[in-house]
Design a protein around this ligand. Structure first.
Ligand code: ADP
Length: 369
């Protein structure tokens, strides 16, 4: 492992956090590159918030090492960390104006550190700059009660970035916004990341948000990292069944294969006429069934198909009595506009090319191709 002294670089080595007898983080290893927009995603209770709190210094790890900017945080004052955190509930001071909320931390710093702290002029200049960056310039005199949810969130962000931290931590920053605001807030966070050049670590339980924003995606499961890499790597080569079904929507289809399972994405299936019996079987995995539900998605269809018998890779009938309920007798395919439009009850034959198949062993680990 190489340790780096780049500002904003984060290394976690064997990091464990226990609350009494329960383990929230379990010997977690992770590298968060400087300047990345790293998104941490995973089901509820997998340890995302705990990880963020340990990074921020709000919690101390039970075991393991944490290096920020190449320096171990052990023994450091949490306040000296080059890290700022934006909380889920914003927690703005209700009696203060936007300008006063933004400058609060800097004013505190000026009072405690008369010589090294920022001057009044510098504070005013930074409030104006952050206000401009976040589109708050016209709202600086308002109080939080006079702001929309999205505007309040921008004030909370501004309060964190005004200190110019090397690392900015965001805990579910979009969860309080309605879906329209979410899309524009996503864009704003991406723009902010480009402009401030800090490492951004964002926690979400929304895998769509994770895929669309991350330069670096981390999927957590039970207090450990299931896989980390670019969104493309995790989507196209999931290391485990857990990652395969968590990343991407709809979830990857999985069905028994030998002592393990084979997975494929809804969009990778090619639909052919089920009654084309006798036609040369195309190369790949063939699954057959009857359309059970068809959902219109605007630019296409999402279709649930109930399987009858399984058809093998050479077109032979496979009597599948493994009793594995996760094979579940249904699979999902998506059809884009212009492709064959399906209706409930239609017989369907789907072919998945070998290059789009994901093979997992009995432990749910990806088999080497
Ligand atoms: P997530 O953010 O992914 O939902 P958390 O980090 O909040 O998960 O929690 C991880 C695990 O640690 C959960 O099992 C949770 O119950 C437990 N946990 C979190 N905080 C505490 C705490 N203060 N005391 C005891 N257990 C906690």
């Amino acid at each position: 492992m190489t340790t780096s002294t780049i500002a904003g670089d984060i290394q976690l080595v064997g990091l464990t956090k226990k609350y009494g007898a329960s383990t929230a983080l379990n010997a977690l290893d992770l590298h968060i590159p400087a300047g990345s927009l790293t998104v941490i995603v995973g089901p509820s209770g997998c340890g995302k918030s705990t990880l963020l709190r340990v990074l921020s210094g709000l919690e101390t790890a039970t075991d393991g090492e944490l290096l920020i900017g190449g320096l171990p945080v052990a023994g450091q004052d949490a306040g000296d960390r080059d890290v700022a955190m934006v909380f889920q509930d914003y927690a703005l001071y209700p009696h203060m104006t936007v300008a006063a909320n933004l400058s609060f931390g800097l004013r505190l710093q000026a009072r405690h550190d008369r010589r090294g702290g920022p001057s009044k002029a510098e504070i005013a200049q930074r409030v104006a700059q952050v206000g401009g960056l976040l589109g708050l310039d016209k709202l600086l005199h308002r109080r939080p009660a006079e702001l929309s949810g999205g505007q309040r969130q921008r004030v909370a962000l501004g309060r964190a970035i005004i200190r110019r931290p090397g690392v900015l931590l965001l805990d579910e920053p979009l969860s309080a916004l309605d879906s329209q605001l979410r899309a524009s807030a996503r864009g704003e966070i991406l723009r902010l990341h480009r402009e401030i050049g800090a490492t951004l670590v964002l926690v979400t339980h929304d895998q769509h948000e994770a895929l669309s924003m991350a330069t670096h995606l981390v999927v957590m499961d039970a207090g450990a990292v299931a896989q980390s890499g670019t969104p493309e790597e995790l989507f196209h080569a999931p290391a485990t069944e857990f990652v395969a079904t968590f990343v991407g929507s709809p979830a990857m289809n999985l069905q028994p294969e030998g002592d393990g399972r084979v997975g494929w994405r809804a969009s990778d299936a090619r639909i052919s006429m089920a009654d084309a019996a006798g036609a040369t079987t195309p190369d790949g995995l063939v699954v057959e069934g009857t359309t059970e539900t068809c959902e219109f998605t605007g630019d296409g269809q999402q279709v649930t198909v109930r399987t009858g018998e399984r058809v093998g890779e050479r077109g032979e009938r496979v009597d599948d009595r493994s009793g594995d309920r996760s094979g579940d007798r249904t699979f999902i395919i998506t059809q884009r506009e212009g492709e064959r439009w399906l209706r409930v009850g239609d017989p369907v034959r789907a072919v998945i090319p070998p290059s789009q198949l994901h093979h997992f062993d009995r432990n749910g680990l990806r088999r080497n191709a």
